[in-house]
Design a protein around this ligand. Structure first.
Ligand code: AMP
Length: 277
C-alpha cells in the first residue's frame, strides 16, 4: 500500500505574527499519516501554549500533504555528554570541538557571538565555516529545518535504550541535528536553547555525533538558537532546500550503538546522565 505523508508545522509568537514584528515563542515540525494529524496538531498546539518564553497571541499550524515526495531514511546521531562546571567551561568545550572539526577560529567566534545576542531568532543561521560570514540572508526568520520525524518504532526503541534522555525536547533536537548532519554541506551545528530555563546545548556533526554540553548559558538567559557551519563553497540554495523540504525519517536499531562507538556513547541501561537533557 502506498503511504501518504503529511508535514505538520507550528509557529507561535507574542505581539502579533512574526512578519508583523511579533517575538518568536515556539515552533515545531512533525511528519505523519492522515490518521495521525489530529494528534500531531494537538501536540504542537499544546507545545505553543505552554512555553517558558512567554504567552503567544499568534499561533499558526500548517498541514501539507507531501505529494509523491520520496522519504529519505537516516539513523539518529549517537549521543554523548560533556559534563562541564559552568558556562565559560561549556563554551570553551564547544569552541574546542568545533575547531577539531575544521572550523576556523574566526567562524567559531562569530558563531558564539551570534548566539549570545540572539533572543528572537525563529530559525537557524547558516554561516561559512571559514569566514564566519552569514550565508542565509534570512535575518530573524533564519532557516527552519522541517519535514523530519522519528518512525514510531524507531523512537520507541531509542527511548527504551536511552531512558534517562527520553523527552520530547531530545526527540525533536536529535531529529533536527541528525537531518542537518546528513547534508554534505554541514560541517557542524552549534545549539543552545533560547528557553530561559534550559542551559544544556550541543555540538553535532557526523564524526562526533550529538555531543551534549551541560552548561552553555546561564539560567534565566533568553539568548540562544542554532548555527549551522557550512562547508566552503556550499550551494546555499540547494542546502536550504534540503533542510526545509526533503522529508526525512529517523529509524533506529539498538545495534547502531555497537557499530558507532562504545566509548562514551550513552545508551542501553547506562545511567549517570544529567537530569537536564
Ligand atoms: P529549541 O531547541 O526548540 O529551544 O529552539 C531554540 C532555537 O533554535 C529556536 O528559537 C530557533 O532559533 C532554533 N530552532 C528551533 N527549531 C528549529 C528548526 N526546526 N530549524 C531551525 N532552527 C530551529
Amino acid at each position: 500500500m502506498l503511504n501518504e505523508f503529511y508535514s505538520v508545522r507550528m509557529r507561535a509568537a507574542e505581539g502579533g505574527a512574526h512578519e508583523q514584528g511579533g517575538r518568536h515563542i515556539s515552533g515545531g515540525e512533525r511528519l505523519g499519516q492522515k490518521g495521525d494529524l489530529h494528534e500531531l496538531a494537538a501536540e504542537l498546539l499544546a507545545k505553543s501554549l505552554n512555553h517558558s518564553r512567554g504567552d503567544c497571541d499568534f499561533i499558526q499550524v500548517v498541514i501539507e500533504k507531501l505529494h509523491g515526495q520520496e522519504m529519505k531514511t537516516i539513523s539518529p546521531l549517537p549521543v554523548s555528554t560533556e559534563h562541564v562546571r559552568n558556562v565559560a567551561e561549556g563554551r570553551e568545550k564547544a569552541a574546542f570541538l568545533l575547531s577539531t572539526l575544521g572550523i576556523s577560529d574566526e567562524a567559531i567566534k562569530r558563531g558564539l557571538n551570534l548566539l549570545k545576542r540572539s533572543t528572537r531568532q525563529r530559525g537557524a543561521m547558516i554561516i561559512d565555516s571559514q569566514t564566519g560570514q552569514r550565508l542565509d540572508e534570512r535575518e530573524l526568520k533564519g532557516v527552519r529545518v522541517s519535514r523530519m520525524d522519528w518512525e514510531a518504532k524507531g523512537w520507541e526503541k531509542w527511548s527504551a535504550s536511552y531512558r534517562t534522555l527520553s523527552s520530547s525536547r531530545i526527540r525533536e533536537a536529535l531529529a533536527l541535528a541528525s537531518k542537518v548532519a546528513s547534508s554534505p554541506y554541514t560541517l557542524a551545528e552549534l545549539c543552545w536553547s533560547d528557553d530561559p530555563d534550559y542551559v544544556t546545548g550541543y555540538v553535532a556533526s557526523p564524526s562526533i555525533g550529538y555531543r551534549r554540553i551541560t552548561h552553555l548559558k546561564e539560567i534565566g538567559d533568553s539568548c540562544g538558537g542554532r548555527i549551522f557551519f557550512a562547508e566552503r563553497g556550499c550551494n546555499i540554495s540547494a542546502y536550504i532546500a534540503y533542510l526545509e523540504k526533503t522529508p526525512v525519517w529517523l529509524q533506529y536499531e539498538p545495534t547502531n550503538l555497537i557499530s558507532e562507538g562504545g566509548q562514551g556513547y550513552e545508551g542501553l541501561g547506562r545511567s549517570g546522565v544529567t537530569a537536564n537533557p
